[in-house]
Design a protein around this ligand. Structure first.
Ligand code: ZN
Length: 506
């Protein structure tokens, strides 16, 4: 009896402790959102101080030794019979984050934070200036620190796994490598067939004039129809589109409008709405605890890319929305639906990952994954990156990299030390195709529902299988529960082969 009481109070203590951390996190998100949308130029230095104070408070909470004692107490008295019950899940996840935070010496944590912010600043200057040599020492520093961090964490079979685990809990390089190898082979062969096809899309129809206000209105109407709740959100404008779940009832997204290219804003809006639908579907009663939080980066990306690509670039989706688009944009008035649909699905190898189509996107990601693993395994060094980047681009995409701006310097990720992040993009695409395949079995006539503008049944499926689960299961376990299958790239391969085979005529 006495023991139970102790455990209860330890759990209550932890609940209160981590809810406080969650409040600070959400304040941080709000400050970041404001910084990317409205903050005046002269307000930036003080904002940096505010964020610094919050980071310090959060670090103290996450490494508080009392939390360690309470966790041990809660664990020793048990958290109930169901390992996936609310208390068990929360204690498991708090332990995970406590261990990650406390295994790293304070000195290393401070150096990592400094190197990351210096790296990002250096990258912002180096990228437009094509200045690899100016950026290289910053990256060398970051790689050295991240290697040290991976050693301290000691998670998985090899150092890379410790970094990957931060973004995709439980995932390992060893487990991903064969899955990616299979996908790469299939994509290369698909890309060859597309390249040899005499059919070419008329992409010119997308490079016309699309007025800003009409794009904003159309994007807003579409994502509302998909289920994004505007009473619980906000759509703004920023240089780099993003989404942020600040609190239950407050999930915001931003977009960036290009008046001379329709897909830029539209598909990024649908992408961010996919992230936001996940956040809006998390169980609000568990807000501020792991049970009420999104599962992983890969899982988040599976939601955004499902809506953006599998749904948002499908013919049935446009059977519903195209009449409204053609009415709103004079540029599309004499363009048949099939021409438009082929154009938004054009496949063409390009140098920049962020602008890549559905077929080549994963090739970009896998190239980065290989370089990251080799760096963490110390098979290569930072100085080798530009040469290898250019070689791999030639080999994978058949393109010559003209400069570092369009090559090794193009992505922000490495500049802040985010090694282990890239593979979650491709994992997200693989999850997405697996979910979609299963949803089609569970919800009869899914695509004809889309063609009638009915997205509720599909969103309901995602809500139940993924969103409502929070961090209850590991990503792999959730995938198995939702689809009755382990990670399997064949669904993505089949989806891409069927879709592009029909568009390009093979
Ligand atoms: Zn995303």
């Amino acid at each position: 009896m006495e023991k139970e009481k102790t455990s209860r109070s330890a759990y209550e203590w932890l609940l209160n402790h981590y809810r406080t951390a969650a409040h600070l996190e959400s304040i941080k998100s709000l400050l970041h959102w404001d910084q990317s949308t409205f903050l005046p130029e002269e307000g930036h230095p003080y904002r940096a101080e505010q964020l610094g104070t919050l980071a310090k408070l959060l670090h103290d909470l996450r490494t508080d030794p009392v939390a360690g004692e309470k966790l041990a107490e809660a664990e020793s008295t048990g958290t109930g019979e169901d390992p996936y019950g609310v208390e068990a899940v929360n204690v498991r996840e708090w332990r995970r984050s406590y261990d990650r935070a406390t295994k790293i010496p304070v000195r290393l944590a401070v150096e990592l934070a400094r190197a990351a912010s210096a790296g990002e600043l250096a990258w912002e200057k180096a990228k437009p200036a094509n200045d690899w040599n100016g950026f290289r020492p910053y990256l060398e520093r970051i790689v050295a620190l991240r290697r040290e961090e991976a050693e301290c964490l000691g998670i998985g079979h090899e150092p890379y796994d410790a970094l990957l685990d931060e973004y995709e809990p439980g995932e390992t390089a060893q487990a991903i490598e064969p899955v990616f190898a299979r996908l790469r082979e299939a994509l290369s062969s698909l890309l060859d067939r597309i390249g040899n096809s005499p059919r070419k899309p008329q992409t010119g129809v997308l490079h016309r004039h699309f007025p800003r206000s009409a794009q904003m209105l159309f994007g807003t109407e579409v994502i509302s129809r998909l289920g994004y709740r505007r009473q619980a959100g906000h759509i703004g404008v920023s240089a780099h589109p993003f989404s942020v779940g600040i609190a239950p009832g407050d999930t915001r997204i931003t977009t960036r409008i290009d008046e001379t290219f329709f897909p830029a804003a539209f598909f990024s809006t649908v992408h961010e709405a996919g992230h936001a639908l996940y956040e809006q579907g998390l169980p609000a009663a568990h807000w501020g605890t792991p049970r009420g939080q999104s599962l992983s980066h890969g899982m988040h990306e599976s939601q955004s890319r499902l809506w953006e690509n599998i749904v948002g670039r499908s013919l049935s989706f446009w059977e519903h929305f195209y009449p409204a688009a053609a009415e709103r944009f004079t540029a599309l008035q004499n363009v048949p639906l099939e021409t438009f649909h082929f154009a938004i699905n054009a496949v063409r190898p390009s140098l920049v990952r962020a602008e890549a189509d559905e077929v080549t996107y994963n090739l970009h990601v896998m190239m980065r994954f290989e370089l990251e693993i080799a760096l963490l395994r110390k098979e290569i060094e930072v100085a080798d990156l530009p040469g290898l980047w250019n070689e791999k681009t030639k080999e994978t995409l058949g393109l010559t990299v003209p400069d570092h701006t369009l090559g090794v310097l193009q992505d922000v990720h490495w500049s802040s030390g985010s090694f282990g992040y890239f593979p979650t993009y491709t994992l997200g695409n693989i999850y997405a195709a697996q979910f979609y395949n299963r949803a089609k079995e569970d919800v009869p006539g899914l695509e004809s529902l889309f063609a009638r503008g009915e997205f509720g049944p599909f969103l309901g499926w995602l809500r139940e299988k993924i969103h409502a689960q929070g961090k209850r299961y590991s990503p792999r376990r959730l995938l198995r529960r939702a689809t009755s299958e382990d990670l399997n790239p064949d669904h993505l391969i089949r989806y891409l082969n069927e879709k592009f085979g029909s568009l390009y005529g093979f």
